[in-house]
Design a protein around this ligand. Structure first.
Ligand code: HEC
Length: 115
């Protein structure tokens, strides 16, 4: 368990070179704004759910306890079908997040959630 965690935390520079530059501001935030901005962005969020436009909130807080940060909760909630709220928008469906975009979120988390 501990060994696995240690390994998972190692930066892998060999096969993740293109993702080395992935960032919240340039990649993840604009992409999630398309799908989640209506409820989690500055324009449409209710108190406690306004993580989309704040890096500090998305990496540093959690309301639901699904993971240790909102960021880590994002792929979990998409994959279990509870986000976007109400379900009915599985990855790859028209108008829903694309599977490669979901992978991008995961790679960003694995990369240590760079700002
Ligand atoms: C129709 C409005 C709506 C949309 C669209 C929406 N959400 Fe949510 N989201 C909510 C509400 C309301 C909650 C709080 C209740 C809950 O956790 O189910 C929530 C909670 C969350 C949480 C838990 C936050 C925490 O602090 O633990 C995550 C993560 C999340 N949403 C991710 C997403 C993602 C990713 C998308 C886009 C793919 C999305 N949501 C789209 C309404 C929405």
């Amino acid at each position: 368990m501990w060994l696995w965690l240690a390994c998972a935390a190692e930066p892998n520079t060999s096969d993740t070179a293109p993702e080395a530059t992935i960032s919240w501001a340039a990649d993840v935030q604009p992409m999630l704004s398309n799908y989640c901005g209506g409820c989690h962005g500055d324009s449409g969020c209710t108190t406690g759910l306004c993580w989309l436009d704040s890096y500090d909130t998305v990496v540093g807080e959690t309301n639901g306890g699904c993971a240790s940060s909102v960021a880590e909760c994002i792929p979990i909630r998409i994959e279990d079908g509870t986000m976007p709220q109400g379900g009915g928008c599985p990855p790859g469906e028209p108008g829903c997040i694309e599977p490669f975009e979901l992978d991008q979120v995961k790679r960003w988390i694995d990369a240590g959630m760079p700002r």
